[in-house]
Write a protein that binds this ligand. Structure first.
Ligand SMILES: [Zn+2]
Length: 119
């Protein structure tokens, strides 16, 4: 009988853990997952809520883009492109940060799209 009780407790713990895990995933605020892609290829997938402050340098045909992550936000710090539209966009919000000359795009991941790929 003792054994049976133990298994019920183990099953209950797993069950509760699974529910908690689901709740964490479902309630995770959207707009924290950011992708950095170049020429249609994803270079980085970042969870801004877990990233510490740092910079990422991406090169394209000898030109460099420096992306900065600070306080859970992301923006283009420096860029070798002629127009600097990407820098002027500022911090990433609703609109993606695009550097056309360097084919670089920083945007929030489409979570439903990411799910579709995972399946
Ligand atoms: Zn640019």
């Amino acid at each position: 009988m003792k054994n049976a009780k133990l298994w019920i407790i183990v099953a209950a713990v797993i069950f509760i853990a699974a529910i908690v895990w689901c709740v964490i995933i479902i309630t995770k605020p959207p707009g924290e997952i950011v992708t950095i892609s170049q020429d249609g290829e994803t270079l980085y997938t970042l969870d801004l809520s877990e990233e510490s402050d740092r910079t990422i340098t991406v090169e394209y045909e000898g030109r460099e883009n420096v992306i900065e992550i600070k306080d859970g936000r992301i923006h283009m710090l420096e860029a070798d492109c002629p127009d600097h539209t990407c820098i002027n966009t500022g911090w990433l919000e609703d609109l993606p940060i695009v550097c056309l000359p360097n084919k670089l795009v920083i945007e929030f991941a489409d979570e439903s799209g990411a799910d579709a790929v995972a399946r």
